[in-house]
Structure formats: structure tokens, C-alpha cells
Design a protein around this ligand. Structure first.
Ligand SMILES: Cc1cc2nc3c(=O)[nH]c(=O)nc-3n(C[C@H](O)[C@H](O)[C@H](O)COP(=O)(O)OP(=O)(O)OC[C@H]3O[C@@H](n4cnc5c(N)ncnc54)[C@H](O)[C@@H]3O)c2cc1C
Length: 437
């Protein structure tokens, strides 16, 4: 268990740590305490920056908590791809479908859908695959290093990822992904039905086959985020939970102070890692970033003793299954329904039905938790990492969609490089916040 004293609390503990007065000046203020915010804080602190992180709830109370925890450089097929619009339209009126758009008269949503539609070409999908894969590969290396830190436990498991298909059509879709991956130098093994069931005996006799990607990995996401937050604290990062950033005061093209619910914070640089809430936060600065929230659900059960360690995607249902320590988590659906955290029972049931259909060999499971989170999704399925032209001391780090866990550590490192003025480890042009202008 990481040392969380001073994290899941309000500003008062920070007062005590800072001799009774919340210091109002830092080098960097980070807004958001999900994986992107804490990884940014960690790499900034490693560079010696004085960092304050503001989180309006608890650390890891947003989308970074109950997700599937995959690091998946291999399975990087983007959402906008040829045929995606047709598929999405077909799912629109199915209450149990894995993808749903709540149609509403909202100009931001219309703009988002327009850019999404334009991104559905063969060449763009291929480029997105490549770029996301590169970020996830670099993250994977960073996870390896972080897993060696003393006192940081996050169930780092390198068993790969298994895609499981019930139909021939599903199998040809994932075979196409494997072909593309191999063309990029990646690795994957095509399995027939029996070979797939050998890896996971609880799978149905109807399973046609699958793909095993050995380079992928998985973690317990909440343990990682809270553990990194504890590591940040050890490195002098001031973490203030229960503190909400409400506005940015500017002077010329710079943010001069972050106005928050428990005081104002002056700093040289601001990092915005507000997940699905990011677009609303920067809109008053005149920045229009197309980040829509896409709700997903997970249900976590006690793990049966004989269930192995390989996470899998039930391909046609788009449901992820993640074994982690004593738990087994089913995760899925993508609902573009705005900043709405209500739970749709039919979609939740659809996730569990898919579990029963693909894994009839599972016994009756003991349910531990039902969770939902809002993914911060961009229409081109690439994250936003960079400085907007109009606000010179702001770094945006958001829009990671389905890949925030996969890409969290490398994003944090890139943020630190941007703030310090070092040459970023990755060419950031494709991730620029200005690419949508
Ligand atoms: C069902 C599901 C399964 C998923 N599985 C995977 C997976 O296997 N692998 C993967 O890579 N990704 C996965 N994801 C996606 C991943 O969870 C997200 O991409 C990631 O958590 C986003 O991290 P974040 O730090 O940007 O946002 P968040 O974790 O949401 O953090 C943002 C934080 O900012 C805070 N905040 C917002 N506004 C303010 C403010 N004004 N002041 C202060 N704080 C503020 C919020 O409270 C929140 O804590 C999954 C998502 C879902 C829903």
C-alpha cells in the first residue's frame, strides 16, 4: 500500500506540511490527478521542478480508476477507420451495442463528428495506428523502469493480450490488424480455436480463434496512479486534493495565476491534465479543443482460483477482461453522451452477457464493484500533448481516449521535456493542440 498520507485529503494537510501557509508560487501547477497528471508531476519532480498538483476530488477518482489497465502497443487500431461511420450508424439504435452517440444539438459534438468522419480513411488510420503504437511502446519501457522503484506495486504483468473471436468475420478483422502490426515490425501469433482454449480453458467451444500479442502488458491502474502520487510526494510535489481549478487569469499570452476553490496559485507553467473536463476548462482562454467524453463501464468480480493471467478482448462484443491479483474485471462500451456519469443498466448487462457468452466455463462470480468513467476522446484518436500557440506557458496533456493507461508515463515524460525546454523524445507535431484549428 503506498503512503497516501496527505493525498486523499483537503488542503489542510498541505498547510501543515508547508508550515501553516499554502505557498502560492510553484514552477508548475498541474490541474488533474489522473494518470496523466500524476505522471507529469513525477517526471517534472525528477527534473527538480517545484510542482503543485490540484485535484478537485481524490487522486485517481476519474477515468484512471476502474479501467482495464492494458498497455497495448500491438492492439492499436484506432476508432476512426474505414467503415467505422457505417458501423457506428448501425449501432446507434441498439441499446446493447458497444458504441453509442447521444445525438444532441451541440456544435462541439457536430464538429467532433465531422473531424471523426474525415479521419476514417485508410491512410489516416494507418498513421494513427503507428503514432499510438510508438507512444505505447515508449510507455511500456517506462513502466518497466517504474516497476523497479522501491515501494511502488502495481501488478505489472507481461502476459501479452489475447484477442478472442467467436465468428469468422471477427477473426478476419483481427487478422487484418495483425497484418498491419507485422508490417510495422510488431509481433503477434494467430491461434485456432483449440489453441485459444488451451490458453483460457473457460472459453466457449464456439470460439473460432484469436491473436496473441506477446508485447502487450497490463497493470492494476488505481494502484499505479496512487503509487506514483505517493512517489511524487516523496519527491516534494505538493498534492492538493479537494481543490478545483475554476479559472485561469492571464497577462498577455501567459497564464499568470490559476484561480481555484481553495486559493489562487501563481506559477511559471500550467499543465492541464483534466481528462474529459479539459475542453470546458480551456474554452474561456479561447482554445477550442475537441475532447468529448466517452463513458465506459467496468464490473469487477472476485477472481476464480483457476483463471489465468492473460487479459483478453472479446472481439465482436468489444469487452475487455482483465485478471488482476484477486480480481477479474470486465470493461467496455463507449457512450458519447457528454459529461454524464449516470449508469445505463442495459449496457452494463450487455458487458456481462458477453462475458457469459464467450466464457461459459466461468463459475458464478462474486461481484465486488460496478464502475464507470469518462474517457477524454479526440476525434482523430490521438492525444493532445503540447503547447497551444495562443497561450505560451500552458501545456495541454489530454484526449487519450482509450489509451490513457497505455500512454500515461510517456505523456508525463513529454510534458516534463516541454516544460524544461528539452527536445521531446517523440516528435510532437501530430499531437499538437493546434492541429484542429
Ligand atoms: C471502461 C474503460 C476501460 C479502459 N481501459 C483502458 C485500458 O485498458 N488501457 C488504457 O490505456 N486506457 C483505458 N481506458 C482509458 C483510460 O482510463 C483513460 O484514457 C485515462 O484514465 C485518462 O486519464 P486522464 O488522467 O487524462 O483523466 P482522468 O483519470 O479522468 O483524470 C482527470 C482528473 O482531472 C480532475 N479534474 C477535472 N477538472 C478539474 C478541475 N477543474 N480542477 C481540478 N481537478 C480537475 C478530475 O477530477 C480527474 O481526477 C479505459 C477507460 C474506460 C472507461
Amino acid at each position: 500500500m503506498p503512503d497516501l498520507e496527505g493525498i486523499g485529503c483537503d488542503g489542510r494537510v498541505a498547510d501543515r506540511e508547508y508550515g501553516g501557509a499554502v505557498a502560492d508560487r510553484s514552477d508548475v501547477v498541474i490541474v488533474g490527478g489522473g494518470i496523466v497528471g500524476v505522471c507529469s508531476a513525477y517526471f517534472l519532480a525528477e527534473q527538480g521542478a517545484r510542482v503543485t498538483l490540484l485535484e478537485r476530488g481524490e487522486i485517481c477518482s476519474g477515468c484512471s480508476e476502474g479501467n482495464a489497465g492494458w498497455i497495448f502497443p500491438s492492439h492499436s487500431t484506432p476508432l476512426p477507420a474505414p467503415g467505422a461511420m457505417r458501423k457506428a450508424l448501425g449501432w446507434l439504435f441498439d441499446p446493447a451495442s458497444p458504441f453509442y452517440i447521444k445525438l444532441r444539438l451541440n456544435l462541439d459534438l457536430v464538429r467532433w463528428l465531422w473531424i471523426f468522419a474525415r479521419s476514417c480513411t485508410e491512410s489516416r488510420a494507418r498513421r494513427t495506428f503507428e503514432l499510438n503504437r510508438e507512444l505505447s511502446l515508449q510507455s511500456r519501457t517506462l513502466y518497466e523502469t517504474l516497476a523497479a522503484l522501491s515501494g511502488l506495486e502495481f501488478d505489472w504483468t507481461k502476459e501479452g493480450l489475447l484477442l478472442v473471436c467467436r465468428t469468422r468475420a471477427g477473426l478476419s478483422e483481427v487478422e487484418e490488424e495483425l497484418r498491419l502490426l507485422k508490417a510495422l515490425g510488431g509481433e503477434g501469433r494467430r491461434l485456432d480455436g483449440d489453441e485459444t482454449r488451451e490458453l483460457v480453458p473457460q472459453l466457449s467451444a464456439e470460439i473460432q480463434g484469436g491473436i496473441h500479442y506477446p508485447a502487450d502488458a497490463h497493470i492494476q491502474p488505481a494502484s499505479f496512479v496512487r503509487g506514483i502520487a505517493a512517489q511524487c510526494k516523496r519527491r516534494g510535489v505538493r498534492i492538493l486534493s479537494g481543490v478545483e481549478a475554476i479559472a485561469f487569469e492571464t497577462s498577455g499570452s501567459r497564464i499568470s495565476r490559476v484561480v481555484a476553490t481553495k486559493g489562487d496559485f501563481k506559477c511559471d507553467h500550467v499543465v492541464l491534465a483534466g481528462g474529459a473536463w479539459s475542453a470546458g476548462l480551456v474554452a474561456p482562454l479561447g482554445l477550442r479543443i475537441p475532447v468529448e467524453s466517452a463513458k465506459g463501464y467496468s464490473v469487477t468480480f472476485e477472481r476464480p482460483d483457476d483463471f489465468g493471467n492473460i487479459p483478453m478482448l472479446l472481439a465482436e462484443a468489444k469487452v475487455g477482461v482483465s485478471p488482476c491479483q484477486g480480481t477479474l474485471r470486465f470493461a467496455g462500451t463507449l457512450e458519447l453522451a457528454g459529461l454524464d456519469l449516470s449508469i445505463n443498466e442495459r449496457r452494463l448487462r450487455a458487458i456481462l452477457d458477453a462475458g457469459r457468452l464467450f466464457l461459459p466455463g466461468l463459475p458464478e462470480l462474486v461481484r465486488l464493484e460496478t464502475w464507470r468513467g469518462l474517457r477524454p476522446c479526440t476525434p482523430d484518436d490521438l492525444p493532445i500533448i503540447g503547447r497551444p500557440h495562443a497561450v505560451t506557458n500552458l501545456v495541454l496533456a489530454t484526449g487519450h481516449g482509450m489509451s490513457g493507461i497505455s500512454q500515461g508515463p510517456i505523456t508525463g515524460k513529454l510534458v516534463a521535456e516541454l516544460v524544461s525546454g528539452d527536445r521531446p523524445a517523440v516528435d510532437l507535431a501530430p499531437f499538437s493542440p493546434d492541429r484542429f484549428r
